[in-house]
Design a protein around this ligand. Sequence first.
Ligand code: SF4
Ligand code: SF4
Length: 56
Amino acid sequence: MAYKIEESCISCGACAPECPVNAIAQGDTIYVIDADTCIDCGSCASVCPVGAPVQE
Ligand code: SF4
Ligand code: SF4
């Protein structure tokens, strides 16, 4: 289980600094989560204004 950022991401950047394991990076169009690094804490989902990070 890991979080994944959906297409609704508006690339605001709020989630990346909240990730305790630095699993979030800016991708070509939206932000992306490295599923192998994500520890499923939910912090990104808590700060996202559009609810883009979802649990897979
Ligand atoms: Fe990082 Fe937690 Fe979001 Fe996973 S769920 S990407 S560990 S903030
Ligand atoms: Fe995208 Fe939400 Fe992260 Fe902002 S907080 S970059 S909208 S996933």
